[in-house]
Design a protein around this ligand. Structure first.
Ligand SMILES: Nc1ncnc2c1ncn2[C@@H]1O[C@H](COP(=O)(O)OP(=O)(O)OP(=O)(O)O)[C@@H](O)[C@H]1O
Ligand SMILES: [Mg+2]
Length: 428
């Protein structure tokens, strides 16, 4: 039996096998090189079908390559994990065929499995799968149960019938522990695309020697269903949406002056909702608004994005600006697609202000975990920060303020969870 672990992430996935205490991660090729992570994206090309006429999607880095080659044709499905706990998302239609959420997860996992097995060999039926402490968009325990049920079904569909779920921050703790020669009480903080997850855990050489195999080392876990995607949504709302007509007015029937409906812009935030925006009814409404608007060019810009399916490019431009603000005090948001040009300067201070609601929710979650476990911040030996969103200075500040900068460690941002899950898979 091999020890296999997979971090099925909102944005990036990674998969590895542990042997003799060492983890080998699968590597994935794409147009610009090779990476340890597999972008959690599925792409349906309108012409790629099998003999039975079924569409054959590709996942990961190849999905993006194909999408770009196809000049924006076809459908890209992203951040699927943020929908697993969302009862409202049952299925989506792709080229007039309905795909359930479990189908889409299955297609993505089948591709990851096939690519990984090319390098790592057969991956068997048992796998340790990471899960956030609380799934994004889960509003009740039943939603969490639904998420697990859907994930189990998709994993079983691709041959992993024996799935063990482990909390993602606990997995990151296994990764961190490998470098320790002494015991420590550590707070693990994993900030991804969809969720932010925390655990307080005793790690080090003596953990594995505990009678219960180390389970009692976990003092507590907690998490919130927001992370990088939620920060992107704030940039969209404050920078991009106003340039696409948010806040503009138009003359409606009987000469009434109305604001362009806000719901249009909230649909822009998630790809699945964005596809709903492109119905004939909505496009007609936007045409009508454009003809009566005080700022028609902004509504035309929105129509240009919808007509040309530029959602993915728009999200990437937003992400680029956000990532740049992790290392610079200001950046230029820039998005071009002839004749559309959107440019804006964003300072880090502005960004920090826009995302204050999210960083406050993260900070409150950390405080709640400390209170619940009765561990004062001064008793925590180290804080280990990981996951892509841990690079955001406003996120790091939460920990600097509570624990002091000298206690903060960071690393393995994109691979810590997958590596830890494979190590965890060595245990029963
Ligand atoms: N330098 C950076 N600055 C700010 N954000 C970043 C940086 N690098 C990556 N990110 C963000 O990190 C997120 C992806 O991180 P990661 O791969 O850890 O998430 P994930 O594991 O897929 O998601 P989750 O754990 O929530 O399921 C994205 O939102 C991405 O924009
Ligand atoms: Mg993650």
């Amino acid at each position: 039996m091999r020890s296999v672990g997979i971090d099925f992430g909102t944005t990036n996935s990674a998969i590895g096998v542990a042997e003799g205490g060492e983890v080998k991660l699968a590597r994935f090729e794409h147009a610009n090189g090779v990476a340890d992570t597999f972008r959690s994206i599925l792409y349906f090309h309108p012409d790629a079908r099998d003999k039975l006429g079924r569409y054959e999607p590709v996942g990961g880095p190849r999905a993006i390559d194909r999408y770009l080659e196809a000049d924006g044709r076809g459908r890209l499905i992203q951040s699927l994990k943020s929908y697993v706990a969302d009862r409202g998302f049952q299925a989506t239609s792709i080229f007039s065929r309905t795909h359930s959420l479990v189908d889409l997860l299955t297609l993505l996992l089948a591709d990851i499995r096939a690519r990984a097995e090319e390098q790592l060999g057969p991956l068997g039926s048992r796998i340790v799968v990471g899960r956030p402490v609380h799934f994004a968009h889960a509003s009740a325990p039943e939603d969490e149960a639904l998420a697990i049920e859907r994930l189990r079904a998709a994993f079983a569909n691709v041959g992993w019938t024996d799935v063990v779920f482990e909390h993602e921050p606990v997995a990151a703790a296994y990764y961190y522990e490998k470098q320790l020669t002494q015991d420590e009480l550590v707070l693990i903080a994993d900030f991804g695309g969809g969720t932010s997850d925390f655990t307080l855990i005793d790690v080090g050489p003596s953990r594995a020697k505990r009678a219960d195999g180390g389970k009692s080392a976990i003092l507590g876990t907690d998490g919130v269903g927001l992370a990088g995607d939620a920060l992107d949504a704030k940039v969209l709302h404050h920078v991009v949406a106003p340039m696409l007509g948010l806040g503009s007015t138009y003359r409606a029937m009987f000469g009434r002056e109305l604001e362009v409906p806000v719901w249009i812009y909230s649909k822009l935030r998630r790809w699945h909702h964005l596809s709903f925006l492109k119905t004939k009814k909505n496009l007609d409404l936007l045409e009508e608004i454009a003809s009566q608007s005080d700022e028609p060019e902004k509504i035309r810009a929105l129509l240009h994005i919808l007509d040309n399916d530029l959602g993915y490019h728009l999200y990437r431009a937003i992400e680029r600006a956000k990532v740049e603000l992790s290392s610079k005090d200001e950046t230029r948001f820039s998005f071009h697609d002839d004749p559309l040009e959107i440019e804006a300067k964003i300072t880090r201070a502005e960004f920090d202000g826009w995302v204050a609601e999210e960083t406050t929710a993260m900070a409150e979650c950390v405080d709640r975990l400390l209170a619940k476990t009765g561990v004062p911040a001064s008793s925590v030996d180290q804080v280990f920060m990981t996951g892509g969103t841990s690079f955001v200075p406003a996120v790091r500040r939460i920990f600097d303020e509570r624990f002091g900068r000298e206690k903060i460690r960071a690393g393995g941002e994109m691979i810590s969870v997958a590596t830890g899950l494979a190590l965890r898979a060595c245990e029963p």
